[in-house]
Ligand binder design. Structure first.
Ligand code: UDP
Ligand code: MN
Length: 296
């Protein structure tokens, strides 16, 4: 059992997955070559994970950005669905970043859950809104999150929770398999292949989706700082990575392997159609109205 071995080899959260008796699944890859678990439905007992994290006092920060038209289009659906499905039973603090704090209406939050709204400037290019999240997240980890939460998840807002997204997803450093790439051969991964960019890489382990990443506050602080630094160096060199912050995230995860990987159940796009290995959908892509949302 690769997960039991991982407990001996690495002093990461992999050892939790071993002691919580993570099961394998015959039809999918459930373990990376560096012995990180890839979490799929059927592999874990949700109650064991929830009990362990309650006993340990885990608490989770969720960061989400709703800048410009993304606020009206997505934020309230995202938050209402996350109240139903995200880390239910654990303390959760939402950090909502927006240029219009007054438009974040009161959402009824369950006990143990609270929200902080943080004002950010609206960059005119959507690419910059997306990339500058790295800076805002690292700032708020330093000023606030590190004093209140053990773990963080950072989310795109254009998605909806539809099933349990629970404590089995918590880890020291967590990355998500991109729904459109997890079954494709590596040469089709859209890494940044411009040697002048800090995100440059020829090949890697997986193609990770930047719509979700997470980990301990310490690891996410290091990740967001490194990605922001890469983004700023690129700007000074007049280059931009192919998929912006996602390219930098993939480069970071190549150099700093995640301790846990989430299957595409954790961020599924229904337009892909039926896949026998997707036994549950926990979070779905919302429709993307780029024409209206991204025009300045
Ligand atoms: N975003 C935003 N306002 C913008 C552009 C982006 O709030 O004008 C935030 C929002 O959270 C969004 C994320 O940045 O989900 C990433 O952008 P987007 O979802 O459009 O990228 P894609 O999913 O196409 O990679
Ligand atoms: Mn998105």
């Amino acid at each position: 059992n690769c997960h039991l071995e991982s407990a001996k080899m690495l002093n990461l959260d992999n050892s939790d997955d071993a002691s919580l008796n993570l099961q394998s699944r015959p039809d999918v890859l459930t373990c990376t070559y560096w012995k990180a678990a890839i979490i799929w439905e059927g592999m874990f007992d949700p109650h064991l994970y929830d009990e362990m994290h309650k006993i340990r006092g885990s608490s989770v920060a969720l960061t989400v950005f709703a800048v410009g038209r993304y606020l009206d289009a997505y934020l309230h659906t995202f938050l209402n669905s996350s109240e139903q499905h995200f880390m239910v039973g654990l303390p959760v603090t939402y950090y909502v970043f927006t240029d219009m704090p007054e438009k974040v209406s009161n959402i009824k939050l369950s006990p143990l859950r609270s929200m902080k709204v943080i004002k950010v400037e609206k960059n005119s290019r959507w690419q910059d809104v997306s990339m500058m999240r790295m800076k805002s997240i690292s700032n708020v980890i330093e000023s606030d999150i590190r004093h209140h939460c053990t773990h963080i998840f950072c989310f795109d807002v254009d998605q909806v929770f539809t099933g349990r997204f629970g404590s089995e997803a918590l880890g020291d450093s967590v990355a998500l398999l991109h729904a459109h790439y997890y079954r494709l051969p590596k040469h089709l991964y859209t890494y940044d292949r411009n040697p002048n960019s800090k995100a440059y890489m020829e090949t890697g382990d997986f193609y990770y989706h930047a719509a979700i990443f997470g980990g301990s506050w310490k690891n996410v602080k290091a990740l967001t700082e490194a990605c922001y630094q890469g983004i700023m160096e690129d700007k000074q060199n007049n280059v931009e990575a192919l998929w912006h912050d996602e390219s930098h995230l993939n480069k970071y995860m190549l150099l700093h392997k995640p301790s846990k990987v989430l299957s595409p159940e954790y961020c599924w796009d229904t337009s892909i159609g039926f896949r026998s290995d997707i036994q549950v959908t926990r979070l779905l892509w919302a429709p993307k109205y780029y024409d209206t949302l991204r025009t300045p």
